[in-house]
Write a protein that binds this ligand. Structure first.
Ligand SMILES: Nc1ncnc2c1ncn2[C@@H]1O[C@H](COP(=O)(O)OP(=O)(O)OP(=O)(O)O)[C@@H](O)[C@H]1O
Ligand SMILES: [Mg+2]
Length: 248
């Protein structure tokens, strides 16, 4: 389980996170939503030590990693794979070569074995037919799937997605949703997904946490959020332009 407990983070005078709690269990898909600048990406980065909290604790499988050194974070980053919005692939390498890279870097597998493993990962994300294609030939949704295959190479127990469906066409977006749902269901991967994609949220989220003004404004199941009487939550999840929600 990943647990963020009472995370406070400021940059200069600007308070971004003002005591935020968030957790994700194995097999669970937890969405983090909120307006642009709410601190969603900042929160994700705390899990893998790319940012450190001013106050609060980060626990990974019960281990307090808050004050881990950079080197101590290496195994945590294998356990918790972060997939960034613009997950970049090397365009001069084939998809299978891209996916094999972390295997060659972090395991003893031979090049041949790493490529074989890469092909099976590509198959798992529905990209088997593109193993020897160059990423430039692929659309954004397919590139995202290859990036997910690459993140899966080191068999993470948790995956952290920063806006995995932003800028994808609706069909590709739903394909990525299905992939995330499958990772959670079949592999038991715990997923934290930062997103403002309403169809994603109301398609696959087990739990949803909304950040607003540095705090957790609402947290619960899809039904809890849909039933929330908070006008700011209501405005956000129904995508209404008018309302009390203040954007930063
Ligand atoms: N390293 C940093 N140094 C200073 N300020 C930062 C840093 N990282 C983020 N911020 C600021 O923290 C705030 C929250 O940023 P964050 O990227 O987490 O927002 P977000 O919720 O992910 O928004 P978006 O939906 O646009 O991605 C922003 O005002 C941003 O400018
Ligand atoms: Mg962000």
């Amino acid at each position: 389980m990943i647990e963020l407990i009472g995370i406070h983070k400021s940059f200069g005078e600007k308070v971004i996170l003002d005591g935020v709690d968030l957790s994700a269990k194995e097999g669970e898909i937890h969405f983090v939503i909120g307006t642009s600048g709410a601190g969603k990406s900042v929160l994700l980065k705390h899990i893998v030590g790319l940012l450190r909290p001013d106050r609060g604790q980060v626990l990974v499988d019960g281990v307090d990693v808050t004050h881990f050194t950079e080197k101590q974070f290496y195994p945590i980053r294998k356990k918790c794979a972060l997939v960034l919005q613009h997950a970049t692939l090397f365009d001069s390498m084939t998809c299978e070569e891209n996916v094999s890279l972390p295997l060659l870097k972090h395991t003893d597998l031979s090049e041949k074995a790493a490529l074989a493993r890469a092909r099976s990962l590509l198959e798992e994300v529905g990209m088997a037919d593109y193993a020897t294609a160059l990423p430039v030939r692929l659309g954004d949704g397919m590139r995202k799937s290859v990036a997910v295959a690459r993140a899966l190479a080191l068999e993470p127990e948790y995956m952290l997605f920063d806006e995995p469906t932003t800028s994808l066409d609706p069909l590709s977006a739903r394909r990525v949703d299905a992939l995330i749902a499958e990772l959670a269901e079949k592999r038991g991967v715990g997923c934290i997904v930062v997103s403002h994609d309403l169809p994603s949220i109301f398609g696959i989220a087990h739990r949803v946490t909304m950040l607003y003004k540095g705090k957790v404004l609402a947290s619960g199941t899809q039904e809890d959020l849909l039933g929330s009487t908070d006008p700011v939550v209501g405005q956000f999840i129904h995508g209404k332009p008018e309302g009390p929600l203040e954007t930063t």
